[in-house]
Design a protein around this ligand. Structure first.
Ligand code: TYD
Ligand code: MG
Length: 460
């Protein structure tokens, strides 16, 4: 007997609640929770169906019984290059057979463009199948022609049924299958509308199982929507091998491709593209675009070296310190962690008697880059001091380093490589943690090692 029941489901992460609420406790998103009617039985089945599919997928990989880890056969397969070095790096060195990659991003970010360019390039070496559920075949063909892509050997279909897509791909046997997008797809036997949590989850589970069974690499497009009308990529993250996000940088011409989860490589790896009339172009020297090349120097601005994935990136940090307008001074950060800023303000106060308690503080990382690592602590403090004193820092200076709660300046990984990258980009002075200072600095580069926070006040 099935019993109808009402649940409230978050469209972003799939969490279920008995009552409606404005914010999802699981993922923190607002206004993503909506009412859904489910039959008790079918709801349970839907959950277990995904689990069964996932298990079947894993079983297919492992064979039967228990073995010694050392005895597992490893057939080292070469990775397939996507044709774009920036894309390959984000994937951890190319496409892995049988892997499932989710490409997330806002509508208009360029997901379809990136994948179309990729399959066209791939088609010159391997078989590919591009399935579009959003655009007509003619639209895709027009775009490919306009971008001057090789289309001769690209197999394409317009389809929104996952079951049919799997059947088509079984017949075609491509090395790479693209499904654009998972939110317009539906799975047989799942009642809810395309884009709903259960459709998206079931569709992705079916594609994952298909990829594992056949060894076909699958790319799925997943739109990120803030209003929660579509189930977001977050609910898919656990089932895919690799999740990458394509984002527009604040300068709208550029797009960054960022890896958020990767079973085959480093996370936080980023690739940079420029959106041109001829589609996406790789940016080989991203440091150059994130730096302000203006000649005049402004107080509160400083270049820093952050380590994104496996390579250094130079970005400009800007800070504005101004007398607070209200009784509650504002602390606003774009591209860095606001909690980290609060911590640093306390460290500066406690260990250097430098108080910004009556000041508004705004922090911005130029170019829309998000800095997740602690190496930005030292540059952030230097920029705070510079903005407060209205004294510009030397334009050819870079800085990096972590700051601890006791006011000590701690080394960060890959210090030498950071200094080398700054040297390559024409910087002549580096403020670095004492333990990161190289014995023989690059020629023409002055190294200023620092051990404790008070020393930062003597630099300019
Ligand atoms: P698209 O790949 O359709 O985005 P998504 O699939 O992520 O929704 O890209 C659409 C945007 O890219 C659109 O705003 C126009 C822009 N664009 C260009 O500027 N140049 C081009 O050559 C192409 C194909 C798109
Ligand atoms: Mg699209």
């Amino acid at each position: 007997m099935s019993r109808e029941r009402t649940v409230f489901v978050c469209a972003s992460c799939g969490a279920k609640y008995a009552r409606w609420q404005g914010q999802c406790r699981e993922c923190g998103e607002w206004n993503t929770i909506s009412e859904q009617r489910v039959f008790e039985e079918s709801a349970n089945n839907a959950g277990s169906r995904a689990a069964q599919r996932a298990l079947a997928g894993f079983a297919g990989q492992t064979g039967s019984g228990v073995v010694n880890l050392a005895q597992v056969n490893i057939t080292a397969k070469a990775r397939l290059s996507s044709g774009y070095a920036e894309f390959d790096r984000v994937l951890g060195g190319g496409i892995v057979a049988g892997s499932v990659v989710l490409i997330g991003g806002n509508p208009g970010a360029g997901k379809s463009t990136l994948l179309l360019q990729t399959v066209c390039r791939l088609s010159e070496r391997v078989k590919v199948l591009y399935v579009t559920g959003e655009e007509s075949l003619e639209q895709v063909a027009l775009r490919a022609r306009r971008l001057g892509l090789p289309t001769e050997r690209v197999r394409i279909a317009s389809e929104t049924s996952i079951d049919k897509i799997c059947a088509l791909a079984s017949g075609e046997q491509p090395a790479v299958l693209v499904v654009d997008s998972i939110q317009v797809m539906h799975v047989q036997g799942v009642e809810s509308a395309p884009g709903s949590v259960s459709q998206v989850r079931e569709g992705a589970a079916a594609l994952t199982q298909f990829a594992k069974r056949t060894g076909i690499a699958v790319f799925m497009v997943g739109h990120v929507t803030k209003d929660g009308t579509l189930a977001g990529p977050k609910i898919l993250e656990h089932c895919v091998d690799c999740s990458v996000l394509l984002e527009a940088a604040s300068d709208l011409r550029f797009r960054t491709l960022r890896c958020q989860k990767n079973r085959f490589g480093a996370v936080n790896e980023i690739g940079v593209f420029a959106m041109t009339d001829l589609g996406l172009r790789e940016v080989k020297n991203p440091s150059a675009i994130f730096l302000n090349r203006q000649e005049e120097v402004a107080p509160g601005s400083l270049a820093m070296v952050v380590w994104e994935g496996t390579r250094p990136l130079l970005v400009e940090l800007q800070v504005l310190v101004d007398v607070a307008q209200g009784s509650n001074p504002r602390r606003l950060t774009l591209g860095t962690d606001p909690n980290r800023l609060s911590m640093l303000l306390s460290v500066l106060h406690r260990h250097a008697s430098f108080s910004l308690g009556d000041q508004d503080v705004f922090v911005n990382v130029v170019g829309g880059v998000k800095v997740l690592e602690t190496a930005s602590d030292v540059p952030l403090c230097l920029a705070l001091i510079s903005s407060f004193r209205s004294q510009a820092l030397d334009r050819r200076t870079i800085a990096f380093g972590e700051i601890g709660l006791t006011g000590e300046i701690r080394p960060v990984p890959s210090g030498q490589e950071r200094i080398a990258e700054a040297h390559k980009q024409g910087f002549t002075r580096a403020i670095v943690p004492y333990d990161n200072a190289p014995r023989t600095p690059p020629s023409g580069m002055q190294i200023i090692p620092v051990r404790r926070v008070p020393e930062l006040f003597k630099l300019s």
